[in-house]
Write a new protein. Sequence first.
Lengths: 401, 618
Amino acid sequence: MAKASTIRWLALGAAFAFASPTVQAQQPPIKLGELNSYAQWAAFTVPYRNGWQMALDEINAKGGVLGRKLEIVSRDDGATTGSATRVADELVNREGVSLLFGSFLSNVGVAMADFANQKKVVYVAAEPLTDAITMAQGNRYTFRIRPNNFMQVGMLVDQAKASGAKRWAIVAPNYEYGQSAAGVFKRLIQERVPGAQIVAEQYPALGKIEAGATVSALEQAKPDGIFNVLFGPDLTQFVREGNTRGLFEGATVLSLLTGEPEWLLPLKDEVPTGWTVTGYPWDEIKEPKHKAFVDAYRAKYNETPRLGSLLGYMVVNMIRDSIERAGSTDTEALIKALEDAKFDTVVGPVTMRGIDNQSSMGAWVGKLVLKGATGGMTDWTYKDGASFMPSEAEVKAVRKD
Amino acid sequence: MIALDPSFLAVQALSGLSSASSLFITACGLTIVFGVTRIVNFAHGSLYMIGAYTAATLIPRLLEFSFGPTAFWAGILASALIVGVIGVIIEVVLLRRIYGAPELFQLLATFGVVLVVQDLVVQVFGPEDILGPRAPGLRAPVDILGRRFPSYELALIAAGPIVLGLVWLLLRRTRFGVLVRAATQDRDMVASLGVNQALLFTGTLFLGAFLAGLGGALQIPRVSANTGMDLAIIAEAFVVTVVGGMGSVPGAFLAALIIGQLQAFGILIFPKSTLVVVFLLMAVVLAIRPYGLFGRAEVIGGTHAVGIASRKPQPGRPFILLFTVAALAGFPLIADAYLLKVATEILIFALFAFSLQLLIGVGGLVSFGHAAFFGLGAYGAALAVKWFGTSMETALPLGLALAALGAGLIGAFVVRLSGIYLAMMTLAAAQILYAVAFQWVDVTGGDNGIVGVWPSRWASGPVPYYLLTAALTLVAVLLLKRIIDAPFGYALRAARDSEARAEAIGLAIRRHRWLAFIAAGAAAGLAGGLYAFSRGSVDPSLLGISTSVDALTMLLLGGIQTVIGPLVGAGALHALRDWIMPLTPLWRLFLGLSIIAMVLLFPRGLVGTVRDRWEARA
C-alpha cells in the first residue's frame, strides 16, 4: 500500500517535470524574472500574481513586445533575504532572464537592491516600501513603483495637522519596513506639527504580536494620536483587541496601508472607523481606464481586485513600455529607458524620477468607514506622489551613487 | 516609562494569563504525544493551524444557522474533533509505519507533514487570513479596576484549568489514562504486558491532535487564522513542554503560566527584544534543572543508540579517495556557472551535515540547534569583513574560530544534559543567537543582515570559488573522518552506547563530548563562512530553526549509521529542492511528500538502506 501510493506520487511529480510548455514562435520569448512571497504573504501576493498574469496575457494577445512574446518566470522568494537572492541568482544564471521584479518584505527588497547592484541587472521593486531602496541603499539598477514610506507618511501627517493631536504613540512591526516608517514619522510629525511628542513606542516582532499586552502598554501612555504600521495578521489582532479595550476612542489614528482591501477585508465588520489611512477604494474610482481594469479583472478571476492586483498589472505594463522604448533587453538600454520615463498607467500618468529611481505613483488617502458587512474608504482623495517625494538635495545627500 | 499603576499591572497580568492558557492547551497535547510515542511532533503546530482555519470557516456557518453561545462552543468542539481525526489519519497512514525506525526519523516525517500542510491550507481555505467571529455573549468588555478587558480573555483564562482538570481526570480515572501513564514511564514494559500498542498510539495521537485543534480553534475570536501560525506556535510549545518537563502535563501548565507573564511584562521592559526572553528562560531552567521543572531522567532504551557502527576498513580506500579528488577537480570542465553554484552549495551543506554526524551518529548527541555554529561561522566572517575590512583569507578562519568558541561555550552547558533535553538546549542556544542577530540591529544589521561579503579577487567567479570550497570541504571531511576513526571517536561511541560502562572504564565522558562539540562547531563554522562568501550576504535565517532542520534532514536522508550518509543526503536534498522549486508553486507540498516518501522507502537513510540490501544479498 505504502509503496504503491508513494510511487503514484512520484509519478505525478515526474509528470509535472516533463510537462514543459511548448514554444511555437520562431523568436524566443523575452524572459522576465519574478519573485515574491507567495506562501508567506499570500493575501497580497496571490492577487498580485493575478494582476501581472492578466497584464501578461493582454500583452501577448497583442503580439508581445518588439515582435517577441513575453514570458514571466515566477518563483517564491521564501520571504527571507538569503532565499530571495539565491532565487534571483537562479533566475539570472539558469533561466537567463532580462530583468527582475517583485518581492514583498522591505528587508528582502533591500537585499535584492544589493544583489541587482552586484550583478548589474535591473530590479523593479514592486511592493517593498522602505525608503532605503531608493535612498541610502539605492543604486542605478534598482527602481521602485509604489510610493515609499517617506511619501505615504508625508500624506498622512498632512492630514494629522488639523486634528490637534500632540501626544503620539507608535506601533510598528520590528523589521526594516516598520523601523523605516516609524523613523520617518518621528521626523515628520516633529517637523510639521509644532509641539508634537512621542509618548510610547511598541515594536512587536513581525507576525508575533502579543496584542493584549501591546494594546494595554500603549493605553498606559494615554496618547491622543496613534501611528500604526502593522498589517496582516498582526493588524487584525491589534484592531480587535484595541476595539474591545477602547484604545482608539477619542484618539486620532494614522495608519499605513490599512485601507488596502487585502488588509481591510479580513477585518470584516470590525473596521476601526475614522482611521486616516492610505489604501485603495477600488469600487469608487470612476476613471474609465481604471474601471476597464476592474471589469476585466472581475470577469477573468470572478473576484474583486486588491491593491496587489493593480500593482502587478501596472508593473508588467510599465516594464513592457520600457522594453519597447529601449528597443532591446540590454541592461544599460533598459536603465536609460526607465530613467525619467513617463508612463501612461491605469491610475494616470506616472514618472520615474531619474535621480532616485522612485516613481511618482501616488496613493489614496481617506478615512475608514463601515459599508455593509465590510470596511471601505470615505472622503478619499488620490494624492499624486510627485509632490510628496523627498527633495533632490535630500536624495543627493544620502545616495552613494 | 513604567508606571506602577495597579490597574495596569492587573490587566497586564490577566493578558499574560490568557496567553498562558492558550499556550498550555496546545502544548499539553504535544507533551502527551511525546510522553507516549517519544515523537517530537513538528506537525503539532500545523494541527493547531488547521484547528484555527476549520473553526474560522465552520463557526460562522453554524452561527447563521442558530446564533448563540451553544452554536459557537459546539463549533469549537467540532473543529477540535476534526483535527483529532486528522491526527489519527497521520498516525495510521504515516507514523505507524516508522515506529521501528530511529526516533529522529519520525521527527523528519512530521516535518514533511508540516511542509505538506502549509501548501494544502492555502489550497483549501484560500490565501486570505480569516478572522473568525467573536463569541456570542462574550463580545462586551468587562471593567477591571477602571480599565476595559475583553471578556473572552477571561473565558480563555478559565479554559486552561478546565482542560488541565479534564486531562487529569482522563489520565487518572480511565483505563486509557492508566495505559498512557504507563507508556510514558516505560513503553517497552507496556508492550511486553500485551497492551495493544497500535490502538494506544492512535488514541494518544487523537488526544494530542484534538488538543492542538482545540488550542487553535479557541484562538479565532482574537487572532485571524493565517499561514504563519504553525511555526509561530511550535517553537513556543516546545519551550513550554521542555521547561515543564517532557511528558508532564502539570509541568506544561506551570511553564505556560511563567511564559505568559514573562511575555506580558517583558514587552514593557524590552519592547524590542521579545523573542529572546522565552528562550533565555528555557536555557536558564535547563541549566538549573536538567530535566525541566517536573520531568524525570529518561530511561535510555535500546532504540536510542543508533549511530555509525565500527566496521572493517574497505579495501581500495586510496583509490576511492583518488577518484573523488579527480571527480571534484574535473567537474568544472563539464558544468556551467549555475551548476557549479549548486555544486558549491551541496559541498558546503555536505560539510555542515557531516559535522552534525560527529555529534549525532558518533556521539549520540542529538542537536536541534546545529544552525548556531553554521550561523556563527557565517556571521563571524561577515562581521570581520564589515567592521574590520578584512579579506576573505582572514575572515574565514575568524568565522571558524567564533563558531568553535561558541560551540565551546554552548557545549559546556549542553553536555550536562541528555536525550531530548540536550536537543532542546541546543535549540534554545540557536534561538538565542537568532534573536541576538535579529534584534541587535546596530551590529548585525537585524533582519537586513550584512551584505557585501564577497570573496577575494583570486577566488571570485564560479570556478575558483568552487575549487576552493571543494578543497576545504575535502580536507575538513577527511579530518573529521580521522577523528571518528581515532580512539577519541571510539570513546565517543562507547559513551553513546553505554554511558555507565564507558564511565566505569575511566572515560571522561563530558570532556570528550565537549571536545566533540568544539570540533563539530568549528567544521560547521567553516561551512557557514564558505556559505556567506558564496552568497555575498548573511541574514538571521542562517541561525534559524529551518537551517537546523535542513542539517538534520540531510543527515537522516543519507543515513545516520554510515559515514558517507550525510554527504549523499546533502546532495539528494539540495538537488531535489533545486529541481522541484522551479517546477511548481506547490513546491512545499512536493518536497514534503518527497521527504515522507523517502522516510517510508528508506527507513535507514539512502546509504544505509542500500548497503543493508547489498549486504543481505551478499
